[in-house]
Design a protein around this ligand. Sequence first.
Ligand SMILES: [Zn+2]
Ligand SMILES: [Zn+2]
Length: 258
Amino acid sequence: MYKGIDCHIHTFYQRCGNETLSVPNIIRRAESIGLKKIAITDHLNTLDRLERFNYIKADIHDVKTDVEVFFGVELNYQACDGEFAYNEKIHREYEFEVVIGGIHSTYTESFDPVEIIEIQHRHFMKTLENPLLDVLVHPFWFSGNTVRQRPPEFWENLLLAIPDDMIRSWAEAGTDNRCAIEVNAHAIFFHPLFSDRYKRIYVDLLKKLAGMGALFAVGSDAHDINTLGQSFYVEGILHGLGVSDDQIWKPRKESVKT
Ligand SMILES: [Zn+2]
Ligand SMILES: [Zn+2]
């Protein structure tokens, strides 16, 4: 059974994580806590940040370890219904092995739950159907600044308002396209502003997805060396829901998608 996978880790190279997160530090910590497969996935929000990924790639190559370490990237939509700063040419030239991405904004000031859900849904589908993507990151994560603007019940009710046929469409798009739906520790389960009830409702959402045959990915989304390992918590949730090994997406060295 799956244990010790983490497909979402940031570093200091792109200033996504703090200075504790050098590639050698991440790998040494991964060895000591029993991670087996990890992906280093800094943000590529704009193309001018692309070259710095070469330092990450070089460091991954230089560290000798039994941990399987994958060179990855996290993508972000540049506007509502916009595109990622990424394409087939970059994918091939940089040889990214794990490509994760998704929506990082509500893209509306309205706080109309129906509108928020519709916007998230459109971007989830677009991500899951993108042939370059392996993982849809942290569905229904919202930034602290956004979450603070409404009481906890607003966010809890938002999750409860998602129609089942929408949830089913994510499960199906993910399995059809081999793009996994991420279960993210830092962005959801260790998010300081989401209520415990929000997290419980989120587990119910995962349960529905699991029952619909969804493919999941596990990610700590570590931004500090001490939060590396929170992926084990996510794996525990998935085990608790009876998610089988073949429903867990695992990076493979030969699995470059296109
Ligand atoms: Zn993210
Ligand atoms: Zn991230």
